[in-house]
Design a protein around this ligand. Structure first.
Ligand code: MG
Ligand code: ZN
Length: 215
């Protein structure tokens, strides 16, 4: 009987995710679930991305954190609606939370919905939120072994950003380790090397993003 209870919870979650995707599809919105460990640069990436997207289209952000509105505040002045979702003790965003977040948005007025997940390399992978694409960040200071250690996260990615590349030389970082491990588990997602400090690599990301817009 316990197994049936667990199954029904997961089914409810998947049903909710499908409903979210239906709402997004009907409005012509492309939704991107952004996942990484805490501190890899998800919010910084969005701070760099939103102003560029707003030049040719419109976007909104749902941002998940256990506590605080700090990330929403960091993005508040960029011209896009931002909804902060506080999960309390929750270590990932759920489709129900995303549904409540979407309620605050006028979907007909946006092209891209960025969903910044809670910083966590493990359980967010298991929860379909209704997104169309998954973007995974890995920062150089996290080390060269994370693709091998957290394969499910990187397997589910449609694009992967290696962030804080300005630190690579100081840390004697070997990007070929990442590329080797990815070649075994995900050959579909492009790996893009970026640095917000140096301002490098973002054009490749922005070009990829522009190509994902649904019509
Ligand atoms: Mg953040
Ligand atoms: Zn979790």
């Amino acid at each position: 009987m316990k197994i049936n209870v667990v199954k029904s919870v997961l089914e409810a979650s998947d049903t909710m995710a499908r409903e979210n995707r239906d709402r997004l599809d009907k409005a012509g919105v492309t939704a991107i679930n952004i996942m990484s460990a805490p501190g890899s640069g998800k919010t910084t990436l969005l701070q760099k991305t939103i102003p560029v997207v707003m030049r040719s289209g419109r976007c909104a952000v749902l941002v998940g954190d256990l506590q605080t509105t700090r990330d929403a505040e960091r993005m508040a002045d960029l011209g896009a609606p931002v909804v902060q979702i506080n999960t309390g003790r929750g270590c990932h965003l759920s489709p129900a939370e995303v549904a409540r977040g979407i309620d605050y948005l006028d979907l007909s007025a946006i092209d891209f919905l960025f969903i910044e997940n809670v910083g966590n390399m493990i359980c967010p992978v298991a929860f379909d939120l209704g997104e169309h694409l998954r973007v995974v960040l890995l920062s150089v200071p996290e080390g060269e072994d994370k693709v091998a250690k957290y394969p499910t996260l990187f397997q589910s990615a449609d694009a992967i950003l290696l962030t804080k590349m300005d630190l690579a030389a100081a840390l004697n970082y070997d990007v070929s380790c990442i590329r080797d491990d990815l070649s075994r588990i995900n050959t579909r997602a492009p790996l893009m090397e970026v640095s917000a400090q140096a301002g490098t690599g973002f054009q490749e990301w922005l070009t990829w993003l522009a190509g994902q817009r649904r019509v």
